[in-house]
Design a binder for this molecule. Structure first.
Ligand SMILES: NC(=O)c1ccc[n+]([C@@H]2O[C@H](COP(=O)([O-])OP(=O)(O)OC[C@H]3O[C@@H](n4cnc5c(N)ncnc54)[C@H](OP(=O)(O)O)[C@@H]3O)[C@@H](O)[C@H]2O)c1
Length: 295
């Protein structure tokens, strides 16, 4: 396969593999099994894996890192996105035990160092601030991220769940480009298509990395059976392929961050990523999940 290390988020990047549910798959907790699973994805042309320090309470990054340690050749081929900035209540060391955000320079610097160790990699391909933090001092955070990039710990930076004015506040404090915003978008979550959020990504050049592209598994239940059956028959796709095709048809070609680790569902998603839906069908699906026609 071509040079996977240097590829960016090209318009053709079909999918990112989300690792939030990795710890739910007992068979993949063995390093050899997970390494084989990763190698199979690389053979399919998928080399981008999405993590966060909080997934599985830290277990997901560690399992992935153990697989790379056991099979170091994979390290050259995988690219890793990871995120930090959310502190769950059970990890708050203060007496308050409160879930909070910590997009704060020193915290993010330590989080980057921790992620490199857990994941057993030398560079995080794309580091994201997980959630907008109202207490964020954008200038300090920008300096910390710039330092991580200059040190080679992080290749590029982005944000997650940010609204346009929130990412502009950070972007205005750094010369580094914000390459992406990882945010919820799918047939189960269409509001950002109607309030200018999609267009803000395009104007500012942030690639939309769409989390929960299958609605966390609840999508089919939201589409009336007769419409779904007709759509599947007309396109030759299954539900997964249909959801991915629908998403990728949007301007800027959002990249689905797929949560399924099932090889069959991943193959269906890849099939969907290569498919184009007729415009009336695209709108029929939108109408059915919103329960209303466009005005
Ligand atoms: N930045 C953020 O704040 C944020 C938030 C949430 C998630 N994420 C990222 O996004 C990734 C994807 O999130 P997600 O897992 O919610 O996405 P998803 O791809 O929408 O959902 C995947 C889940 O749905 C199940 N599923 C899909 N289709 C199904 C069907 N037809 N029948 C039954 N089950 C079905 C999958 O089960 P199977 O495993 O059986 O296929 C899996 O458990 C995460 O791994 C994470 O990397 C980011």
């Amino acid at each position: 396969m071509e040079n996977v290390r240097t590829a960016g988020f090209t318009p053709e990047t079909p999918l990112i593999l989300g690792m939030m549910r990795l710890h739910d798959h007992p068979e993949l907790t063995r390093p050899d099994n997970l390494a084989n699973w990763i190698a199979a994805r690389l053979d399919e042309g998928l080399n981008l894996f999405d993590h966060a320090d909080i997934y599985g309470g830290g277990e997901c990054e560690r399992l992935f890192g153990n697989a790379l340690k056991t099979h170091p050749l994979l390290r050259e081929k995988v690219r890793v996105i990871t995120k930090a900035g959310i502190v769950p209540a059970n990890q708050d060391r203060s007496p308050w035990q409160v879930k909070h955000y910590q997009a704060e320079a020193g915290y993010l610097e330590s989080a980057i160092d921790r992620a490199l160790v857990s994941l057993s990699i030398e560079q995080i391909d794309t580091f994201l601030i997980h959630r907008p933090d109202p207490l964020m001092q954008a200038d300090d955070v920008a300096r910390a991220l710039e330092k991580a990039v200059s040190a080679g710990k992080v290749r590029q930076i982005g944000v997650s769940n940010f609204l346009p004015e929130q990412w502009r506040w950070l972007a205005g404090n750094t010369g580094l480009p914000l390459v992406c915003n990882q945010s919820q978008l799918s047939l189960a979550h269409t509001a950002p298509l109607f309030d200018g959020t999609l267009e803000a990504h395009l104007t500012d050049g942030l690639r939309w990395l769409a989390w929960s592209p299958l609605g966390g598994g609840n999508l089919a239940a939201r589409i009336p059976t007769d419409i779904l059956d007709r759509a599947l028959a007309e396109t030759g796709l299954d539900e997964t392929g249909l959801a991915v095709a629908w998403l990728r048809q949007l301007p800027g070609t959002p990249v689905p961050v797929l949560g399924s680790m099932s090889p069959d569902r991943i193959r269906s998603a890849l099939h969907g990523a290569q498919s184009l839906l007729p415009r009336p069908l695209w709108y029929r699906l939108l109408e059915s999940v919103r329960n209303q026609a466009v005005a």
